[in-house]
Design a protein around this ligand. Structure first.
Ligand code: ADP
Ligand code: MG
Length: 699
């Protein structure tokens, strides 16, 4: 296969540059090169008129003069707006950097060629940091082609491996291999979904013959990329369903009924009812359930889990809940015991700090089947923990656990127990379909009634005295307050210093005995942590100074103020999680995002978004747009299983759903892809998705 040829054999590359290509872009073969796509295109086939410029165009060029310049200075955001005009209208050019230089360079009487990508800001079209050249003979020409631009690093540039070189390589390469590119999708899919041939797509992605052909090429390649991922995931899911027998919980028994009648303190939300129904349906199929439950902080996932555990217990099985921290395991233990008052169910807690003697009893009662619900941390997955008949496993805040840990828990029985993994970090739909494409997903999209939105305010650190005044009034009104400091591993020493300084400042401003402040951080022993948490939870302390260890799950309804220090250092989902610690009681709650005055653009966007919305799903979608899929919490740990070359999960959601449905229909008709027309699909999967981690083992 010519496509497998080593890249050093391509004309103009050679041994040394091949090594650089390998190191910088992971290109080792002709095929790798062919599939290294441009990251943008420049359209120099025409000069746009200003009134033709709209959002969504590629990099475009237009000619005009500067008619006026505005310099906008605020304490934390300087920018220059230059208004460029031709005879059709006026457009804003925005500069954040190099303002002085740009100002000195621009002349009001000169005609320029401007060049950049149009954006929309507050309903106005603008171009940020356009390239500007005075009109000359060369740039006044138009090109016959749209030009591909490849991403480039310093090293590549220094070794003459920039865009121009790539244009040349791709041209040589395509001449060599064009006729040998074989189709990767069956003919019936290509014609049914009006795709262009792979050959044409690869040619046009590097050398677009027209904007229309470029669009078609992009569509074809994205289609194929997302389609095969979905086909592979759905096939795995199908395999799992066929293979994995599951326990059948058909009975609704005494525990469940008693709980529903006597112990349920409030009406379930419709979303909770719907999700419980979905889970009950799974319990009845005879297949092992693998379900992801996502619901915003405070949406009542614990109760859903508990009700489903009661069903398992009524059918004669044991259940367990695994939580990522001891604080959270303790809290589940208390909550569940409270919920189950007066019901004869044995609930036990097992964590790293369970005493040896106690542990022995638990081990014995587990194997005999006496314990109905076991709650704990990672301690649950140790080999010594043996159940009598584990039927249902709940994993809370699943993104905190690694894949193997979850698999271990699942394998505690000969027949795998049903698994429910819960997360309060909503995952954007597109990401969920890709990352958990072989799991079933339930969503609680509704909060219990009467919840007030948490009022969120972004404050610069200089406003601290005002904040302290507000905190005092809240404490006088009987409320409690969290003050949280970031803890990021690389700079741990500094972080602890921040925490210590902060603690000192708080105790100065809120002196004992009038005020009581306690502190919790990751370096404390777990009994110390518990002591401090309980002290705060019981209301004896009004202020809790903490690192983000309190991020997940902690539930103290009387706490109504969350102060997040150095908020710019937290990611969106973490900020949202932290904010979710307040707003759990009847009182109006507040979240203060404290930040330095100098903020990066992205940090400012995060603050603005937090102030604007309390909706975790909205935040997750924005997070995906701001940072890209690889950085979203929940994917950092395991990494994205797929390296997308052209599709973009933040932008191609519709296409993803489209191809998922197509993949679904194909498998519906031809389960194991045995039909002749699908043989290409099967071969492609076997060749390219073999090494794929088995993501159905995720739970
Ligand atoms: P999360 O989904 O973040 O884990 P929890 O399960 O901790 O949320 O629930 C948050 C709070 O809401 C708890 O105090 C819980 O008792 C309460 N709660 C759960 N369901 C309801 C409901 N249907 N109506 C009122 N309160 C509820
Ligand atoms: Mg929870």
């Amino acid at each position: 296969m010519i496509l497998e040829t080593e890249i050093k054999f391509l004309a103009g590359i050679g041994h040394r540059r091949a090594e650089i290509l390998k190191k910088e872009l992971n290109i080792s073969t002709f095929k790798d090169m062919l599939y290294t796509f441009p990251f943008r295109y420049t359209d120099r086939t025409k000069f746009y008129k200003v009134n033709e410029i709209t959002e969504g165009l590629p990099y475009i060029q237009f000619k005009g003069k500067i008619v006026r310049i505005e310099n906008i200075e605020t304490p934390h955001n300087n920018r220059l707006i230059a208004y460029a005009a031709d005879n059709s209208g006026e457009i804003q050019l925005v500069f954040f950097k190099g303002i002085k230089w740009i100002k000195s360079k621009l002349n009001s009487n000169t005609e320029y060629v401007f060049f950049g990508k149009p954006n929309v800001f507050k309903g106005q079209i603008n171009i940020i940091h356009p390239e500007i050249e005075t009109v000359n003979d060369e740039n006044n020409q138009i090109n016959s082609n749209i030009q591909a631009v490849y991403s480039c690093t310093e090293t590549l540039k220094n070794n003459f491996l920039g865009t121009k070189a790539f244009n040349r390589f791709q041209s040589v390469l395509l001449t060599l291999v064009y006729s040998k590119i074989t189709e990767t999708l069956p003919e019936y899919i290509i014609s049914r979904y009006k795709l262009i041939a792979l050959q044409d797509a690869l040619l046009n992605i590097h050398f677009p013959q027209s904007p229309e052909m470029l669009k078609k090429a992009q569509f074809r390649l994205k289609f194929e990329e997302l389609f095969y991922i979905q086909l592979s995931l759905l096939r795995q899911r199908l395999n799992r369903m066929q293979k994995n027998r599951g326990f059948i919980f058909s009975k609704i028994g005494d525990n469940f009924n008693h709980f529903y009648k006597n112990n349920l303190p409030f009406e379930l939300t419709n979303a909770q009812k719907r999700v419980i129904k979905e889970i009950r349906r799974d319990f009845a199929t005879g297949k092992q359930m693998n379900r992801l439950l996502q619901g915003d902080v405070g949406s009542g996932k614990t109760l859903v889990a508990l009700i489903c555990m009661l069903i398992a217990i009524d059918n004669g099985f044991q259940t367990c809940i695994m939580a990522p921290t001891e604080i959270l395991a303790n809290q589940h233990y208390q909550t569940i015991n409270d919920f189950l008052k007066g019901i004869d169910i044995s609930v036990k807690l097992l964590t790293g700090s369970t005493k040896k003697s106690e542990r022995k009893i638990i081990d014995a009662d587990l194997t005999s089947g006496k314990i109905n619900i076991l709650i704990g941390t990672h301690a649950l997955i140790e080999d010594t923990v043996q159940f009598h008949n584990l039927g249902f496993v709940v994993i809370d805040e699943q993104h905190r656990f690694g894949v193997e840990q979850r698999a271990k828990l699942r394998n505690k029985n000969a027949v795998s127990p049903h698994v429910l993994v819960m997360t309060a970090t909503p995952i954007p739909r597109t990401l969920a379909m890709t990352l958990y494409g072989d799991l079933d997903i339930s969503t609680i999209d509704e909060l219990p009634p009467g919840r007030k939105n948490v009022k969120t305010v972004h404050l610069f650190e200089t406003k601290r005295l005002q904040l302290f005044g507000f905190m005092r009034r809240q404490i006088t009104a009987g409320r409690q307050i969290y003050v949280v400091y970031p803890l990021i591993k690389e700079s741990e020493t500094m972080d602890y210093k921040n925490l210590e300084d902060g603690y000192f400042a708080i105790t100065q401003a809120f002196p004992a005995p009038e005020y009581v402040t306690c502190v919790v951080h990751g370096k404390m022993k777990s009994n110390e942590k518990d002591f401090a948490m309980n002290y705060f939870a019981s209301g004896k302390a009004q202020i809790l100074v903490a690192t983000s260890v309190i991020e997940v799950g902690v539930n103290i309804p009387n706490a109504s103020v969350m102060v997040i220090e150095s908020a710019e250092r937290f990611g969106l989902s973490q900020l949202h999680q932290l904010r979710g610690r307040v707003g759990r009681g009847a009182e109006q709650s507040y979240c203060f995002l404290m930040s330095g005055v100098k903020l990066s653009n992205e940090a400012r966007k995060r603050m603005q978004l937090m102030v604007k919305t309390n909706n975790g799903f909205e935040i997750a979608e924005e997070d995906l747009k701001l940072r890209g899929p690889g950085d979203i919490e929940g994917t950092q740990q395991s990494g994205l299983p797929f390296n997308l070359k052209i599709a973009n999960l933040a932008q191609d959601g519709k296409l993803l759903e489209y191809v998922r449905n197509i993949a679904f229909d194909i498998l519906n008709e031809d389960n194991s892809l045995d039909l002749k027309k699908n043989s290409l699909l099967r071969n492609f999967l076997e060749k390219n998705f073999k090494k794929q981690i088995d993501y159905s083992a995720i739970s």
